[in-house]
Design a protein around this ligand. Structure first.
Ligand code: ZN
Length: 66
């Protein structure tokens, strides 16, 4: 069954597109959504999404530039 945009929820905070802009991603052939507030987690600390995003523990955090 296709997931409709109205089912879209942020991976981290579960807010829908009525509450926040959502960015759609695709991982392991499945669609996911994340809001701009939590996008940095996916980029810098994807392990925090373990349990929410299946396979998140396999993601490498992006390099920090400090
Ligand atoms: Zn969020």
């Amino acid at each position: 069954m296709p997931t409709t945009p109205s089912d879209a929820r942020c991976l981290a905070c579960q807010r829908g597109s009525h509450d926040t802009p959502l960015i759609r991603l695709e991982y392991l052939d499945k669609p996911y959504w994340i809001c701009p507030q939590h996008l940095p987690i996916l980029i810098h600390d994807p392990a925090r999404l373990t349990g929410t995003l299946p396979g998140a523990e396999r993601l490498e955090p992006a390099e920090h530039h400090d």
